[in-house]
Design a protein around this ligand. Sequence first.
Ligand code: CA
Length: 136
Amino acid sequence: MGSQRKCLVIEDDPDIRDLIALILTDAGFDVQAVETGHDGLIAAERLKPSLITLDLGLPDMDGREAARLITSVSDAPILMITAFAERDDELHGIASGATAYLIKPFRPRQLRELALQLSPQETASSAVLPETCSQP
Ligand code: CA
C-alpha cells in the first residue's frame, strides 16, 4: 500500500536538481536523483519509475541520445528540461519521441503540473486517459 510513484531526476546542476527534487517530492513522488546520463540509464532500468525528468545538457551524454537510450529500457514518460538556448525545432523532434519538455528557467508550478499530468495519481478512478501531452 501507499506505493508512491517514483520519479527519476537526471540533472547535473546541483541547485536545479535539488529544486526539481523538492517540487516533485512535494507533489507526492518518491524522488531519486542522479547526475549523469549513464547513471540515469541504469536507474531507469532498475527503479522502474513512473516519471523521468531529463536535463538535456548532461556532461557525459547528448540529451537526445540519453532520451533514446532511456526509452529503450523504460516506458516511463520523459519530461525533458532544458536551457532556453537550445533550439525549439530540435526540442519538437525530441518531444515527439518522448513526452513533454520544460524550458529553464521554469516556474515550480509548471513543473508540478506537468509532472502530475504525465504521471497521474493512481488513486483516481481508473479512467482510461487518452494519450495526451505529446506535441502534435
Ligand atoms: Ca545541465
